[in-house]
Design a protein around this ligand. Structure first.
Ligand code: CMP
Length: 138
């Protein structure tokens, strides 16, 4: 059954001009782009998005990074979208990512790791709703 997931092309990848190449990988892997926009998060909006990581030592640095330049949040759809996107992204730390994954090709560190993808159905629902209204998701 078709499933939706949420993804962000992060500020490091946008700044380096990798947006088109990453979208090409996503489409090549069979995802339909349901909705996408260019957006700049405030620090408070980044903190709200990553609230589950609030107690982590990297929370301040992560939310500074995510609010320091434009991002492309998007909703993607395909069979098994959540697991398949995480496979296509590769490990959180690009040093551990498999050849051919988006993070292996485009990420530079565990924080500046080019792309985000939801890890479960409940987080996908929260993350989609954080950036997109229902009328943007036909
Ligand atoms: P993401 O998939 O967006 O989810 C949480 C983010 O926190 C993760 O990608 C990384 O960008 C960042 N992150 C995770 N672990 C660390 C870490 N140990 N140090 C710095 N940033 C991290």
């Amino acid at each position: 059954m078709s499933q939706r997931t949420f993804s962000i092309i992060k500020p490091d990848a946008v700044r380096k001009g990798y947006t088109g190449a990453i979208l090409a990988e996503i489409e090549k892997a069979g995802f339909k782009i349901v909705s996408i926009k260019k957006f700049s998060l405030s620090k408070a909006q980044a903190e709200g998005f990553y609230h589950v990581h609030a107690a982590r030592p990297f929370f301040g640095s992560l939310t500074d990074f995510m609010s320091n330049g434009p991002i492309f949040p998007m909703v993607l759809e395909k069979e098994n979208a959540i697991a398949d996107l995480r496979k296509l992204m590769g490990a959180t730390n690009p040093a551990n990512a498999e050849e051919g994954t988006i993070r292996k090709q485009f990420a530079s560190s565990i924080e500046e790791n080019a792309i985000h993808g939801s890890d479960a159905e409940d987080t996908a629902a929260f993350e989609i709703g954080y950036f997109f209204a229902g009328v943007e998701l036909k």
